[in-house]
Design a protein around this ligand. Structure first.
Ligand code: SF4
Length: 337
């Protein structure tokens, strides 16, 4: 077993995770709970994680909620069941803590759509602009930004900037276009997008609405404009969850990653939640990056404390400033925490 682990540790950059066999009789839920206590670890999970991971997490949330929890925690170790930029954000906020991600290859197509060198050149072409970046970006892009936002607080963040101050918004062009409409600003948009939210088929959604005439369509603002136009409600993952629970409607078509349906169904067991159909032969719209994390990889990373998120201090400090600005504005606006 020891040789096995030593080899797996050496191969961690190549594989992304500790590729070690686990005793199939092991109760992983029990083991993860045990490791949390033993190592004073907190397990933060995004709503898009698989149901088993959500059920064993200490806190489940969207990007804003998870960042706020990462600031608050007294744990020595943060285990982040999400994608790389989220674990990176936790590390930026907690330099002295060990931050673990079950699979280093859990990336994000939206974050990848903004390479730092190209974005730097883009920024130089717009010298009088400040940069507001959606949290779904790398630490390098955060370091080039003035304020970070999430889909929960983006509108408030933009409205906190004087109207005559030109803004670059990155990296999501769909969210940026939606926010331009909402706020009446004319932000310059970086041309990035999320592969999951861009894939919804308006045609299939329209057919689904005909089959379920009482259902409301609820959508994440990363969706394309054509889908947002026909949505009954648009909001961040947390806002969609709250709306689905509190609204009097009993049936919802949900245009975001399918992981959120687990919490919706748990919190409103008598309601029906239908995932919005994507524009391909597959019936699901899972984020392939989010779903790289599994209960097995989670257990292994907690047991052996790898893969760990590490970062140069200079980059961390530069990326911290715009995140702190976001947290201050969110707090002042009474947005969670
Ligand atoms: S759902 Fe989209 S934005 Fe979220 S992690 Fe996956 S690729 Fe990135």
């Amino acid at each position: 077993m020891e040789i096995n682990i030593a080899t797996a540790k050496r191969k961690i950059q190549e594989k992304g995770f500790l590729d070690v066999d686990i005793d199939p009789t092991l109760d992983l839920f029990h083991e993860i709970e045990r490791l949390k206590k033993e190592k004073n670890a907190v397990l933060l999970a995004h709503y898009y994680q698989e149901p088993d991971i959500q059920d064993v997490a200490d806190y489940i949330g969207d990007s804003l909620g998870l960042a706020q929890q990462a600031v608050k925690t007294n744990a020595d170790m943060i285990v982040f069941a999400g994608v790389h930029f989220m674990a990176e954000t936790a590390k930026i906020l907690n330099p002295s803590k060990k931050v673990l991600l079950p699979d280093l290859k859990a990336g994000c197509s939206l974050a990848d759509s903004a390479p730092a060198d190209l974005f730097k050149a883009f920024k130089e072409k717009h010298p009088n602009h400040i940069v507001i970046s959606y949290i779904n970006c790398s630490a390098d892009i955060k370091a080039l930004s003035d304020i970070i936002c999430t889909s929960s607080n983006a509108q408030k963040i933009i409205e906190s900037v004087p109207e005559d101050q030109p803004i670059i918004f990155a990296p999501d062009k769909n969210l940026g276009a939606y926010l331009n409409k909402k706020t009446g600003r004319n932000m310059v948009l970086w041309n990035g997008a999320c592969m999951v939210h861009e894939i919804f088929s308006l045609e299939k959604i329209t057919r689904l609405k005909i089959r379920h005439p009482k259902a409301k369509l609820i959508a994440h603002p990363e969706c394309e404009e054509a889908v947002l136009k026909v949505a009954d409600f648009i909001g961040s993952t947390t806002q969609l969850l709250k709306y689905a629970i509190n609204d009097s409607c009993n049936e919802f078509i949900v245009a975001t990653e399918t992981g959120i349906l687990h919490q919706m169904q748990k919190d409103a067991p008598n309601k029906t939640f239908i995932p919005a159909p994507p524009n391909n032969a597959c019936a699901c719209n899972d984020c392939p990056h989010m779903k790289l994390n599994t209960l097995e990889k989670l257990y292994l990373c907690m047991q052996y404390e790898q893969p760990e998120i590490l970062m140069e201090e200079q980059l961390r400090v530069a990326a911290l400033k715009p995140i702190e600005r976001m947290l201050e504005i969110s707090k002042a606006a009474g947005l969670g925490g």
